[in-house]
Design a protein around this ligand. Structure first.
Ligand SMILES: *Cc1c(COP(=O)(O)O)cnc(C)c1O
Length: 385
C-alpha cells in the first residue's frame, strides 16, 4: 500500500510526548506557549495562538475579526469544507471566488470582478479566505491590494503551507493578511496529531483569539467589569469555546518542527522527480509561480484529455495497484449541504472543470525512490495503453 500522504514519527517525537505524560502539565502548561513561540519566530509573525485544530483556528480567526450574522465571507471552492464552514459557525453567509485552473488557487481576476459587482450591489464580504492549495501561496500581494481597496480583512488558510515561502518571506508572516491559519493534522506537513495555529501581528487579535479559545474567560483585570474578588477570580466576558491544544500535542508539534526544513526539502525533491518523469504524458502538474516556494503538501496533477471516465478509471486503477491516489477537492459548493444553501452546478465553472481533471498522487517524506517509481510506472501504463 502506498498512501497519498503519511506522517513521519521518530523516537525523539515519542520521547517528547512521554516526557509530557510524566510532567505536571497535560494541558495549560509550558509546552503550548513554547510551540506558539517556535511557530511565530519561524514565520516572522509577532503572535501565535495554538488550537486543537485548524478548523477551530479558522473559527477563532473569523470571530476575532467580528464576523457575524450580517456578514459575508468569501473563500475558494477548491478547498476542504472547513475553509467555508468557519463562516457558517459565526452565522455569516459564505460565497466563493472561482479558481485559476492552472494553479488551483483563487483567481485574482475573478476576485477583482466579483468585488466590483459586490460593491455595486452593496454585498461586499467582510473577510476573504484564500487557500494555499497543495502548499503554494496564492498571489497575496494582489489579493491584499484588492482587500485594501474595498476594506476587507484577509485570513490565509495555510493548512497546507507551513514551510512555504511567498516572495522570499515565510507563509504565516501575515505581511498581506490579518491572520494565517496552519493545520497539524497527520496528513499535513508537520503534525501534533490534531492541532492548528493562527499567526498574526496584532496584539488585540491575538488576545481575542486566546480568550475565545478558552470559553471567553479572562484573568486580566483590565478586561474585567469589576475589581477582582481575590486570587481565584476570573470572568467570562464573552461566549467562547474549549479549543485548546494539549501539552502532549504541543510537545509533538515542537519535536516535529525540528524536521520541518528537512521535510520540505524532501517534498520538493520528490515533486521535481514527478515533474520530470510525467512531463511527456497528457497531464499537467499545478503551475508553480516563480515568486513561490511550495511546501508540496500534495502533488496534484490534472489529466488533460477531456474524458471523465479516463479520470475516474485512472484513480480506480491506481487504487487496485495499492496506490491510494486521491482527489483534492470536491468543489465545496457541490456538497449536498451547500447545495441546500442555494449553490448550483455551474456556479464556479473552473472549479468544476478542475474536479473533472485533478488527482493527488503519493507524496510524503518517507516515500522511497522505488515506491515513487512504482507510482510513475503505473500512471504511464494506465495512460499509454
Ligand atoms: C486540513 C485542512 C483544514 C482543517 O484542518 P484540521 O486541522 O483538520 O481542522 C482546513 N483547511 C484546509 C485547506 C485543510 O486542508
Amino acid at each position: 500500500m502506498i498512501p497519498y500522504g503519511k506522517q513521519n514519527i521518530t523516537e525523539q517525537d515519542i520521547s517528547a510526548v512521554v516526557d509530557v505524560l510524566r510532567s505536571d502539565w497535560l494541558t495549560q502548561g509550558p509546552k503550548v506557549p513554547e510551540f506558539e513561540t517556535v511557530i511565530a519566530n519561524y514565520c516572522s509573525a509577532q503572535y501565535a495562538c495554538a488550537t486543537n485544530s485548524a478548523t477551530s483556528a479558522l473559527h477563532l480567526a473569523c470571530l476575532a475579526l467580528n464576523v457575524g450574522k450580517d456578514d459575508v465571507v468569501w473563500t475558494s471552492p477548491i478547498s476542504f469544507v472547513a475553509s467555508a464552514n468557519c463562516a457558517l459557525y459565526c452565522g455569516a453567509q459564505v460565497d466563493f471566488v472561482d479558481i485559476d485552473i492552472e494553479t488551483g488557487n483563487m483567481s485574482v481576476e475573478k476576485l477583482a470582478t466579483k468585488l466590483a459587482q459586490a460593491k455595486q450591489s452593496n454585498t461586499l464580504p467582510k473577510v476573504i479566505i484564500p487557500v494555499h492549495l497543495a502548499g503554494q501561496s496564492c498571489d497575496m500581494k494582489a489579493i491584499f491590494a484588492l482587500a485594501q481597496q474595498y476594506q476587507i480583512k484577509i485570513i490565509e488558510d495555510a493548512s497546507h503551507a507551513i514551510g512555504a515561502k511567498y516572495q522570499d518571506k515565510p507563509v504565516g508572516c501575515c505581511q498581506y493578511s490579518d491572520i494565517t491559519v496552519f493545520s497539524f493534522h497527520p496528513v499535513k506537513i508537520i503534525t501534533s496529531a490534531e492541532g492548528g495555529m493562527a499567526t498574526c501581528n496584532d496584539a488585540q487579535l491575538a488576545k481575542r483569539m486566546k480568550r475565545l479559545r478558552s470559553h471567553g474567560i479572562t484573568n486580566d483585570p483590565s478586561e474585567m467589569t469589576e475589581p477582582s474578588h481575590g486570587p481565584w477570580y476570573y470572568q467570562q466576558v464573552e461566549l467562547g469555546f474549549n479549543y485548546r491544544m494539549t501539552e502532549l500535542q504541543a510537545a509533538l508539534g515542537i519535536s516535529q518542527f525540528t524536521r520541518l526544513e528537512q521535510f520540505i526539502t524532501k517534498r520538493n525533491k520528490l515533486a521535481q522527480s514527478y515533474i520530470s518523469a510525467l512531463m511527456h504524458l497528457p497531464l499537467e502538474h499545478l503551475k508553480q509561480s516563480s515568486d513561490c516556494y511550495s511546501s508540496y503538501h500534495l502533488f496534484i496533477v490534472r489529466l488533460l484529455p477531456d474524458d471523465k471516465h479516463l479520470h475516474a478509471k485512472l484513480i480506480a486503477t491506481l487504487r487496485q495497484q495499492g496506490i491510494t491516489s486521491h482527489l483534492h477537492y470536491i468543489p465545496i459548493h457541490l456538497q449536498p449541504y451547500y447545495q441546500k444553501l442555494g449553490f448550483q452546478v455551474g456556479d464556479f465553472p473552473n472549479a468544476e472543470k478542475y474536479y473533472q481533471q485533478a488527482m493527488t498522487i503519493p507524496l510524503y517524506p518517507d516515500l522511497t525512490r522505488s515506491e515513487q517509481q512504482t507510482v510513475i510506472e503505473n500512471i504511464k501504463s494506465a495512460l499509454c495503453d
